[in-house]
Design a protein. Sequence first.
Length: 291
Amino acid sequence: MRIKNGLMLLLTAFIWGTAFVAQSVGMDYLEPFTFNGVRSLIGGAALLPCIWILQKLNGRSKDTGTKKDLLTGGLACGVLLFAASSLQQIGIKYTTAGKAGFITAFYIVIVPVMGVFLHKKIGWKIWLAVVLAVAGLYFLCITESFSVGKGDILVFLCALVFAVHILVIDHFAPKVDGVKMSCIQFFVCGILSVPFMFALETPKITSVMTAWMPILYAGVLSCGVAYTLQILGQKNVNPAVASLLLSLESCFSVLAGWIVLGERLSIREMSGCILMFVAIILAQVPEKKKR
């Protein structure tokens, strides 16, 4: 059972990692808010049958929270998802899919650090992970002339927003049905993208149809399928192990960018990736409890 669930989480990381390529390719045809708006609405629609199937399999939902909790959580997560995905999508225009994947994964280190402000104890491993991650970001983002790319800054800001997004999910997830809340957040994200799409961009049906493959991949697979796989896969797996498997998303993003888009990383950038990956793993290793 654990092997089966582990494979589900590995597939989730693969889909999320390769979705950076879909997002990068989608930018050749669509502008950021148009891509995110269409993608999110498709993602929300893709989760509707998932909710129905899960209810049939598990019977009636035993949520402890109210509809108010579900709507509040969905709205809050949707607003944050809109902000994070917009920053990420715009940032991908100015950086590579592989670098974007690694910088976005930095949220795994940011989350426990933010826990300090919530009066949670932070162990030495986390602080070491932060130092390694900062060093990794330096090699990955800052060139030898000490300049930082515009895209790298936008994707890093996206990682900060995603960290807050995870903390909000952590607050509401125990109270409500996670898949339903995710469905609401995707629809909220999509609806928020619409006014920006028409005000700042020129969306065309022909462009959407041309980019149907990356949109469907990012919408159906990345949002709908991957999220459902994560929910099912985490049921019988240790949370630390689950986080480790999901953090492989950053490695898959680099590999996909190399194989599909022909992106290349310099030795300096590759060193940054390695440092960040070590930091991500270290941040997920649980502390040994004292007797």
